[in-house]
Design a protein around this ligand. Structure first.
Ligand code: MOS
Length: 731
């Protein structure tokens, strides 16, 4: 079969929805104009753990405009059917207003519904909740961990004992919050027994299924709409309690209800990257060949759900070594449940592993890149599978050349410019990209335009654009004539928009749907006596610019429009399907990077300034280079935040988050972000997806914090085993 010409894929196109976004016409969750909508504001628990003894709603109910105050005292019992899907972790999910228990500071204890936002806000301030407070536990270092998840190969303790060089390092990683620009928000409306929600989510179908489970509704009675997401970073990967609160409030008041989390409520209403205490013991010979690693990993979770992320993967497969043992213990605390945040698990583990590799390189007097090369595995030693593609060596070579690595002195504090100590650092990154089941629908209309639909999301990577590129090439249409629609549970279902999986998964379903439509048209043409393509071998026909023609003979052919008109067809349509990752796996499928950083550290003040960053990515085929650059820049900015700024601070006396606002929770601003460059290695990875992609969105954050930390060491000679790396740690 002649391959379809690729015109849109690989082209550095601007976003198809860019104009909507910059002109304010893109409509986000809270902005939908739903007739008669009233406003809801949640009242948050002001204790870290305990029981509600009374809820005095008198003053709130008397307030003009307040329609209803709902708490556990008057809320109806909700079915909360079991739902193992929708990314609900093992445990018992928080059931809003179903009992008097308070499980964490900030838990919703009541909601005030009013005709205006101001009345709802003031009403919420008038609700008086009294508690019987218990001592809450929010300190990772003080609490008892749960049973570990273990991994072992070889004998790591014996391997350590017999190693000539041993490191024993303990790292503390701060809790991070996603802080997308758009707050989480829901508008809920009931039409009889049918529920429609406009909701900020990265998983339309997950929210759909969870609402059906909570309210015990048939699937077809719930619709979730979500055309635009103003950033997510993982915070929208499950349905949170406030979405249920909005739906409950709408049902109780018989009015559509709009509920927007305040910035403060975003700190306990929509998950976070858990804090870690991570002890790593490494053993190697004097030439830097790793013999053993023992990983002791403690991470926080809530008291009611056990959140797990992929923090063990990198330690099992990034470097070659015979002996590895890992114990990953979740520590239940009186906090809300964490969730994946950009580069989840791998970003946290990589700070530890890649900082430790830098320590080992320094100890042995080996260049950090050379040390990594000496430990490059031939196959994935965790699964004994061959790598589908792994170009980490090339990432090092290209990165070292383009960044000017040879200018780095292996001696710390070797380079000084006035008050500033200058250092270079690097790290490797790896991410286990997902490939999840997905479906899509494509329809080619008689006018030669096409509409392609899937119930995925676009939290910012540019899904609208990249899927249009994929669909346009598969249909043989120009970008202008293809519309890709997403963000509605009425469209064909897809898996979460996360885990770097959307292009491999939804993209494969889109290709399947569009290929089928194109093949239908080709079949119609070659069987149609009046077509110039009559009796041509279908495998010799390609479509370009909406015109079917013989491969290599553009003159012989006709347009979709003439073909459909003559055959009296209003449209051609097909549903595409992608089954997910090949099972059982035949290849080890990961994306990689080498990340480089140059920092300047004020010798007197400890202030760290990142001066330059470079990421070299082995992420398979790049569908959309301009969007890829946005992803890489965003990942590096996020990594700078994790490395130097982001730190959710909890007052352990009562579990209150002290810096639950964007003034005190520090994120990188323009002045913190230097020149950033991204390079993508050529290469396709066709392990289980026709597009040859591996996924880019997560791997771009992995390794960034370690590269910066290693540069700080190179500049100062100070090793900070704590994130974020602050000025005080460097004084
Ligand atoms: Mo990503 S943390 O799966 O949004």
């Amino acid at each position: 079969m002649s391959p379809q010409p690729q015109a849109a894929v690989g082209a550095p196109l601007s976003r198809v929805d860019g104009r909507l976004k910059v002109t304010g016409k893109a409509v986000y969750a809270a902005e939908h104009d739903v007739d008669g909508a009233v406003h809801a504001v949640i009242v948050d628990a002001s204790i870290g753990r305990g029981r509600i003894t009374s809820v005095d709603t008198g003053d709130a109910e008397k307030h003009p405009g307040v329609l209803r105050v709902i708490s556990h005292r008057n809320a109806p019992k909700l079915p909360y059917r079991d739902n193992a899907g929708s990314n609900n972790p093992p445990g018992r999910r928080l059931r809003v207003f179903q009992d008097d228990r308070v499980l964490f500071h900030g838990q919703p204890v009541a909601v005030v519904v009013a005709t205006t936002l101001e009345a709802a806000q003031h009403g919420a301030s008038l609700v008086k909740v009294r508690y019987d407070a218990e001592k809450s536990s929010t300190d990772l270092h003080e609490a008892e961990p749960g049973r570990p998840t273990d991994y072992a190969r070889g004998d790591a303790e014996a391997g350590l004992r017999s190693s000539a060089v041993r490191l024993d390092l303990t790292y503390q990683l701060a809790r991070n919050h996603h802080n997308p620009m758009e707050p989480h928000a829901t508008i809920a409306r009931w039409d009889g027994d049918k529920l429609t929600v406009w909701d900020k989510t990265q998983w339309v179908m997950g929210t759909h299924d969870e609402l059906a489970a909570v309210f015990d509704l048939p699937a077809e009675s719930v619709r979730v709409i979500n055309p635009f997401v103003g950033g997510g970073f993982g915070s929208g990967l499950r349905c949170w309690p406030h979405t249920v609160v909005a739906a409950l409030a709408a049902r109780e008041t018989k009015r559509p209800v709009k509920l927007v989390l305040s910035r403060k409520q975003m700190y306990f209403g929509a998950g976070f990257r858990p804090s870690y205490e991570y002890r790593l013991r490494l053993g190697s010979d004097r030439r830097g060949r790793l013999a053993a690693a023992v990983h002791d990993i403690d991470a926080e979770t809530s008291s009611y759900e056990t959140f797990t992320e992929a923090v063990m993967g990198a330690g099992q497969m990034l470097y070659s070594m015979p002996n590895v043992s890992q114990a990953y213990r979740q520590v239940p605390l009186d906090v809300n449940t964490p969730i994946w945040m950009r580069g989840p698990g791998f970003a946290s583990a990589s700070f530890v592993i890649e900082s430790a590799m830098d320590e080992l390189a320094h100890e042995l007097g080996i260049d950090p890149i050379e040390l990594r090369r000496r430990n490059e595995p031939r196959e994935d030693e965790s699964s004994n599978l061959p790598f589908s593609t792994r170009q980490l060596r090339e990432c090092y070579t290209v990165g070292a050349r383009e960044f000017g690595w040879q200018a780095r002195s292996s001696r710390p504090r070797a380079r000084r410019e006035g008050d500033w100590l200058i250092g270079l650092g690097m790290a490797a990154g790896v991410y286990d990209c997902g490939r999840f089941p997905a479906e899509a629908r494509a329809r080619l209309d008689a006018d030669g335009t096409a509409v392609v639909e899937a119930a995925t999301s676009d939290m910012g990577p540019g899904t609208y654009t990249s899927q249009t590129q994929v669909a346009a090439d598969a249909l043989g249409l120009s970008m202008r004539t293809v519309t890709f629609r997403l963000g509605d549970s009425l469209y064909p279902p897809t898996s979460p928009h996360g885990g770097s999986a959307t292009m491999a998964s939804v993209g494969s379903a889109v290709v399947d749907a569009c290929d089928q439509v194109r093949q239908q048209a080709i079949k119609l043409a070659v069987e149609d006596r009046e077509s110039p393509l009559y009796r041509v071998d279908a495998g010799d026909v390609v479509v370009r610019g909406g015109r079917l023609h013989v491969q290599g003979n553009p003159a012989r052919g006709e347009t979709y429009r003439s073909l459909l008109a003559r055959n009296d067809r209003s449209h051609l349509e097909a549903r595409g399907n992608y089954a997910g990752a090949p099972s059982p796996a035949r290849r080890s499928y990961f994306a990689y990077n080498a990340t480089f950083a140059e920092v300047a550290v004020d010798a007197a003040l400890g202030l760290v300034r990142v001066r330059r960053m470079l990421g070299v990515y082995d992420a398979g085929r790049i569908i959309s280079p301009k969007l890829a650059d946005s992803q890489a820049l965003g990942g590096i900015v996020g990594g700078i935040g994790t490395a130097l700024l982001e730190h959710t601070v909890t007052d352990h006396r009562d579990g209150r988050i002290v810096n639950a606002n964007l003034a005190d929770y520090l994120v990188p601003v323009n002045a913190d972000v230097p020149e950033v460059r991204a390079i993508y290695l050529d290469g396709e990875d066709n392990d289980g997806n026709a597009l040859g992609v591996k996924g880019l969105g997560e791997v771009v954050q992995v390794g960034v914090a370690a590269a910066i930390g290693n540069a700080v060491f190179n500049a100062t000679g100070r090793r900070v085993r704590e994130l974020p790396i602050t000025a005080e740690a460097l004084l």
